[in-house]
Design a protein around this ligand. Structure first.
Ligand code: R5P
Length: 291
């Protein structure tokens, strides 16, 4: 165990310096095996180095939330504008036609819909991820949660072992519980713990001081959108995150609960891949709305 008496918080993140000696276009991925790089290249566009993942895995904990009542009606029209689809195996098999041929970031863990004293999160069989041709497996890490941290770290480590074995990247999903901090210190810790334990991608949240979170995480970070915001604010959130180093978004509610989800995902993509500013992206959203 680290000597906790001498833990000093990091302060020099080298924000003005590129990561040294990289040849592959994604951070920290130079030394990965061919299959891992091939799958990561399906998720992250080479031209921009970024991705727009569409997250619609919410139902595995929350049931049919607003905007996800009918995947066929709510999500399929958005799929062509997403770089990657993030969902559970049940929804992928039941509702997403394989002919879409979209990379899938498979939600690969599951827990109870209520928090219990038992630490009973589980992960799916990696063979099912192989059968679904998953381009990544997403696993939650609940740092700081006394009920769930140990089990979720074990789940991540187990899945990272299998990911290395079968060439499937693992995305660490940093959890945010009701009582957990949502600041750069917490997200830096959670993101770094994900990467140190073998995650090839980290999903976390935008916060003040986000550039330090990105700089101290050795693999690409994508941000979740969080609760629904007005479209202009959600576009600004995506812009700030990408500007401060995020390799894209893994956005759900701010897309599928938008007044016009098809227009919104294209506006988000404009920010992520084409460098649109928030006003330009909002104009794009307004132009596409209702079409
Ligand atoms: C995270 O664990 C959830 O499953 C969602 O995938 C994630 O929060 C992204 O969705 P949203 O943008 O709605 O926060």
């Amino acid at each position: 165990m680290a000597d906790l008496d001498d833990l000093r918080e990091g302060s020099d993140f080298g924000l003005d310096k590129e990561v040294a000696g990289q040849s592959f276009y994604l951070k920290g991925c130079d030394h990965l095996d061919w299959g891992l790089k091939d799958r990561l290249s399906r998720i992250f566009r080479k031209a921009s180095g970024k991705t727009v993942m569409l997250a619609f895995d919410h139902g595995f904990l929350m049931g049919p939330t607003s905007g996800l009542e009918r995947i066929d009606l709510n999500i399929l029209p958005l799929a062509e504008h997403a770089d990657c689809l993030m969902a559970t195996r049940g929804i992928i098999r039941a509702s997403v036609p394989p002919t879409y041929n979209k990379p899938v970031c498979l939600r690969s863990d599951a827990g109870t819909t209520i928090l219990t004293d038992m630490n009973d999160n589980v992960v799916i069989d990696v063979q099912d991820a192989v059968k679904l041709n998953a381009s990544a497996m997403a696993i939650m890490l609940a740092i700081g949660d006394p009920k769930m941290e140990a089990k979720t770290v074990a789940n991540l480590v187990h899945t990272a072992d299998l990911g290395q074995k079968y060439g499937i990247p693992v995305m660490g999903v940093t959890a945010v519980g009701k009582d957990m901090a949502r600041d750069a210190r917490y997200f830096s810790l959670a993101s770094r713990v994900c990467a140190e334990n073998g995650a090839n991608i980290v999903k976390t949240y935008y916060c003040e001081g986000f550039s330090n979170v990105v700089a101290s995480c050795p693999v690409p970070i994508v941000i979740a959108g969080g609760k629904k915001l007005p479209e202009s604010e959600a576009l600004e959130l995506a812009y700030n995150a990408v500007n401060e180093g995020a390799a894209g978004v893994d956005m759900g509610r701010n897309v599928f609960q938008s007044d016009d989800p098809v227009a919104m995902i294209q506006a988000v993509s404009g920010v992520v891949h084409d460098g649109l500013t928030p006003p330009q992206a909002f104009e794009k959203f307004e132009d596409l709305k209702g079409q």
